[in-house]
Design a protein around this ligand. Structure first.
Ligand SMILES: *Cc1c(COP(=O)(O)O)cnc(C)c1O
Length: 443
């Protein structure tokens, strides 16, 4: 189970990760800045690789959780494949040199251009499309046929289980927009000859994010197995892979998230050779995002002001909701640590830690206990910011987005520059008044 401070600890009184002092990073890059620990990224990947040993498996990192090229390259070099949800992400993995046969493409709204790009990626297209509707299947078939190829696809099954997570990140109920219902999948399988450009080889699921129990997954796996048995009887050649999605939760505060080894055990038990005695083994894909990147990142920020109030103080920092939107969007909790350990000593008081953006929702923590010493110029680290952090950032209030830094073996490198003011207006232009209409002879 990954915790916020697994890879961010005090060494010689300074918050340190991968042997790098975060005070040093802040001094060189300025704040706010995202930092990621290479060790923290690689450890869960290795844990999953080990847990799935003995299976024909592929671990496809959910690019949307953290799509920096430096991170993608690091994970791909350690054996990860990639799970995408857009053409932009396809471009990113291409730039990072990811092998076509390790790429799956998910998402409910793939465009013709994105489908074409994925079919022409590498030598013969990506490993698979996770298809979310019959019209999408029809379009992929048509495009593949035009390109004189066949697209390997998995249908995304909506197993109608409640992931018991935040409604915004729950995706496996039949009222959600995601996936295809069981009856419809069977119908598609019966009429597969309507789709000459399609090679249906897999079934995928993804029931939600930040799952804190394996029970809904277990439920979904059972329904998936059941569906596959029925499909085997219908299809000319049996299903060859299942994609089990992502979604294993992490600890942000004190939630008890399932460990990755427990998760892998469930997969082994559900889809390992012992569980599938009657049929050929299935290749197993998983799409972890947050469980790899979540606790591998922190957002370093400096205190701009401590605004004293009778009721409670406001600690105003130089990071804002445009940099990390999770607290504003989901009300999510992030541990906030002082970079200098000595600043966290002594009496504490309840404060609100807020950004400079003109929205009351621009709040990272309310009624948080913080050392009274923390004041102007002090550095704080907002932990558990590696997933859905920078990738969800924007330029609201015309704020340049922060740089990203990778920490590895006692060294650190910029893997994305800080945006500057020029970046902020790139592509914008003044409206040109059309030349006077009178000259063209109109009244
Ligand atoms: C978002 C997403 C994931 C990753 O989810 P995490 O909770 O970050 O593990 C995996 N697969 C699909 C299809 C997704 O949309």
């Amino acid at each position: 189970m990954s915790r916020p401070t697994d890879f961010f600890n005090y060494k010689n009184g300074i918050l340190t990760s991968d042997g790098v002092s975060l005070a040093d990073v802040a001094e060189i890059t300025g704040t706010p800045v995202y930092v990621y620990s290479a060790n923290a990224l690689l450890q869960p990947l290795r844990e999953l690789q080990k847990g799935l040993e003995g299976l024909d498996s592929m671990i496809c990192f959910a690019v949307k959780s953290n799509s920096n090229l430096g991170i993608l390259k690091l994970l791909a070099s350690a054996g990860a494949g990639m799970d995408l949800v857009s053409g932009g992400e396809l471009f990113r993995v291409e730039m990072a040199g990811v092998d076509a046969k390790k790429i799956v493409f998910s998402g409910v709204g793939k465009t013709p251009g994105e489908i074409m790009h994925a079919l022409s990626y590498g030598e013969s297209g990506i490993f698979s499309f996770n298809v979310e509707s019959e019209p999408e299947l029809a379009l992929i078939s048509e495009i593949a046929a035009q390109m004189k190829t066949q697209a390997t696809v998995a249908l995304r099954f909506n197993p109608d289980v409640d992931a018991k997570t935040h409604p915004y990140i729950s995706t496996g109920l039949k009222e959600n927009k995601f996936g295809v219902e069981r009856q419809e999948i069977l119908q598609i399988a019966r009429n597969l000859n309507k789709y000459p450009g399609i090679s249906l080889k897999g079934i995928s699921i993804h029931i939600g994010s930040q799952l804190l129990s394996l029970a809904p997954l277990k439920d979904a796996f059972a329904r998936l197995k059941n569906l596959i048995e029925e499909l085997d009887a219908l299809l000319p050649s049996p299903i060859s892979f299942v994609d089990l999605g992502g979604g294993v939760g992490i600890t942000y505060k004190n939630e008890k998230a399932p460990s990755l080894s427990q998760y892998c055990e469930l997969i082994q038990k559900s889809f390992g050779p012992k569980a599938l005695k009657k049929r050929a083994p299935l290749k197993i894909l998983i799409e972890p995002g947050r469980s790899i990147s979540g606790n591998a990142g922190a957002l370093l920020t400096e205190v701009l002001y401590r605004k004293m109030r009778k009721s409670k103080d406001f600690v105003i920092i130089d990071a804002a909701m445009n940099d990390l939107i999770r607290p504003s969007l989901y009300g999510s909790y992030h541990e906030i640590a002082s970079v200098l350990q000595k600043q966290s000593n002594g009496p504490k008081s309840k404060v609100d830690i807020v950004g400079p953006v003109c929205e009351s929702g621009d709040c990272f923590a309310s009624d948080r206990s913080l050392a009274k010493k923390i004041n102007q110029g002090d550095l704080l680290a907002i932990l558990s910011a590696g997933a859905y952090g920078f990738v969800m950032s924007g330029n609201y209030n015309t704020r340049p987005r922060p740089p990203e830094v990778l920490l590895k073996d006692g060294k650190f490198q910029l893997i994305r520059e800080r945006e500057n003011y020029e970046d902020l207006i790139r592509g914008e232009r003044f409206f040109e008044e059309p030349t006077s209409s009178r000259k063209k002879g109109r009244k």
